[in-house]
Design a protein around this ligand. Sequence first.
Ligand code: GZL
Length: 324
Amino acid sequence: MKRIFISILVLYAAILLWACSGNRNREEAEDDSQLIVVGFSQVGAESDWRNGNTHSMQEAFSMENGYRLILDDAQQKQEKQITAIRNFINQGVDYIVLAPTTELNWDTVLMEAKAAGIPVIIVDRMIEVSDESLFTCWVGSDFHREGDIAVKWMEEHLPEKLRIVHLQGNLGSSAQIGRSDGLKRALLAHPGWSEVFEAPGDFVEAKGLELTEMLLKNNTDFNVIYSENDNMAFGAITALEDAGLRPGEDVAIISFDAGARALSLVMEGKINLDVECNPMHGPRVRAIIEQLRRGETPPKYTYVDETYFDTFNLTEDIMTSRGY
Ligand code: GZL
């Protein structure tokens, strides 16, 4: 008799537990419908900078903050971003955030987003469109200024005779256009500067390594590597060291992004100059969305503050305080 009573009690407790969990799932489902849905079309995961940018967006658009982030990695292909934006439209997201691979050919898909009444915020690189109403706001860097910072430093710290290897980012991206522009103008202004090699390394470490190994194998004479991001610089540094050369001494290394790994190399004297490119766009974009939700009008363009680091100004405190 006692055994039957206990069995009934256990069965009753199990039914009670099941009912509660069902309620909880329903509550979560109801809460989930209250979340603001953001579709984020990200370039890819090609560099430390890009990963820092993605992490910043994931932290800003967390469920705890009242958001559901749908992240799409385009593997550096514009056509994948266009497909992702169309998927976001079909899913009826509340906002679309686009980190564009290149500047051109966005009008058609942004017209579709506009027709669907979904605000589009552009982060990082710039886009060129026929009608600026096709996006709500832009948050990013001034890449031409970054190139000018690098050139000014080179004028002040490097010898008059420069034989420059130019490792470019993805051709057609604002980061490549702006950083290349700075060097191009300097080459015209400095008779003692010559560009002995130029090629896209697509912002990836493997291409930086491959291109530099090829140059060394061909006995190309160079004394500066102007690398348009840290990851290509990492590859170039490996190639130089494998060949018994001292990066930062035998060959000056100019880089962009200034991520944590690169700043360690600045401290070691292997990167001479690293121009900062701030990836922490998450909080800025979230602030824009919250302004829009309050019916306010955020600025159309917001440039992030950026500086540069070299062995003269970099400290351990700076490195620990930057968070990326
Ligand atoms: C710059 C960003 C560039 C970084 C690279 O804002 O677009 O793309 O410099 C990244 O590291 O791949």
